[in-house]
Design a protein around this ligand. Structure first.
Ligand SMILES: *Cc1c(COP(=O)(O)O)cnc(C)c1O
Length: 382
């Protein structure tokens, strides 16, 4: 049974996004089973990669997930509202002057500098206790975190270090989705050295793809994100994850187009033969990237309809896109739905057509369609 959380009923929205919470739970369990003895957490930043942090957070909690990673304190507050007992880390660190907000919502900043560490300690003194946090060390991605030198300075600054309650030592990988990349082993070794300097503190290195790099990468806690939502954590191999998001557009009209006629803005697609065209009510406002417009390639972007893949033709516009249904044996009619993303059109494949990655595709899904959340998988209670 479907439960509609959106204000827009399915028959009025034109495009429908169905989110399979049971698949989210199965994916999380699968990742947990590949993490050896490490705890499996979940990255739910960006509104759970665009899929809805509240229902997704609850589904993951029911599957057994206890540690969550958001990017912003505001996201942490939202998740705290549905998961009062979860451990919630804020990956963007401690925002200046906002320590009280973190403490009130029991959010653990993943501290990225000595300045942040001192601010957290100073606030903890006022607050009357050592506040929990993660320490994020940069081992080679050169994005967020203590550099190795800054980390050494923190370890030497006993007053600051003793004022923290460090529940996690973490680092983030740059190239985990390329198993042969030399930076992986380099970061693994650097993180080993980081751990050795703060023994006894639980440690975390692996994202989704990192889980599949081997035991050396798992440490005490893994932090998958994209694979929970159906993205392939092993890009060189077929995707072991279940599709989570099903995005469907509704057919508004079908028409015959004579050979040599064009379809859509700028007349970029020309019929090579008499063609049957269906116009789907889903466009870039709904999160279908304009870059899914057909080029001249032999492998054009496709949707799935009537048991077959049908090419997208011409430009994806704001509210609609056209597809070539000439080769379908059964008639396509107004009101039928076509799969734009889902079990037949995987997010990694569609992202590749669009020249982007599954992460961007999911997080840019629009707000105009009806969102339906399927039932939880009741067989997976923790
Ligand atoms: C987003 C993020 C993750 C999750 O990464 P995926 O590739 O989606 O599995 C883990 N750790 C950090 C620090 C992140 O920013």
């Amino acid at each position: 049974m479907d439960q509609t959380l959106s204000a827009t009923p399915k028959d009025l929205a034109g495009a429908v996004l169905s989110i399979d919470l049971g698949a989210i739970q199965k994916n999380w369990r699968y990742l947990a089973s590949h993490a050896g003895s490490a705890e499996c957490g979940a990255a739910v930043k960006g509104n759970a990669y665009g899929l809805g942090v509240e229902p997704v957070g609850r589904a993951l909690w029911d599957a057994g997930c206890r540690s969550y990673f958001v990017a912003r304190p505001k996201e942490g507050e939202e998740l705290r509202g549905v998961l009062p007992e979860a451990t919630i880390y804020v990956l963007d660190g401690l925002f200046p002057g906002q320590a009280e907000f973190y403490a009130q919502n029991n959010l653990l900043p993943a501290l990225i500098s000595i300045e942040e560490a001192r601010e957290w300690v100073a606030f903890g003194r006022v607050y009357g206790r050592k506040l929990p946090c993660a320490i994020h060390v940069d081992t080679g991605i050169n994005r967020l975190g203590f550099s190795m030198d800054e980390y050494a300075a923190l370890l030497a600054d006993r007053a600051t270090l003793d004022g923290l309650s460090v529940s996690l030592l973490m680092s983030h990988m740059a190239c985990a989705d390329e198993p042969g990349h030399p930076l992986n082993a380099k970061q693994r070794d650097a993180f080993k050295a980081v751990r050795a300097k703060l023994p006894g503190v639980p440690a975390s290195l692996a994202n989704s793809a990192g889980i599949f790099l081997g035991k050396d990468y798992a440490h005490d806690l893994v932090r998958p994100g994209i694979a929970i939502y159906g993205g392939n954590p092993t890009p060189a191999l077929s995707n072991p994850m279940h599709a989570v998001a099903l995005l469907e557009g509704t057919i508004l009209q079908t028409r015959d187009v004579a050979a040599n006629e064009t379809v859509g803005y700028s007349a970029t697609w020309k019929a090579a033969r008499k063609s049957r065209v269906a116009v789907l009510g889903a466009g870039y406002k709904d999160g279908v990237p304009r870059s899914l417009s057909s080029g001249n390639s032999n492998n054009p972007p496709q949707v799935f309809l009537g048991g077959k893949r049908c090419p997208i033709i011409g430009r994806v516009s704001m509210d609609m896109m056209a597809i070539d249904v000439t080769d379908l044996t059964q008639a396509v009619k107004r009101g039928d739905r076509a799969e734009i993303l889902g079990p037949n059109i995987l997010i990694d494949e569609a992202a590749n057509w669009a020249g982007t990655i599954s992460y961007e595709l999911l997080t840019r899904l629009g707000s105009r369609y009806a969102r339906l959340y399927s039932e939880l998988d009741s067989g997976l209670q923790a």
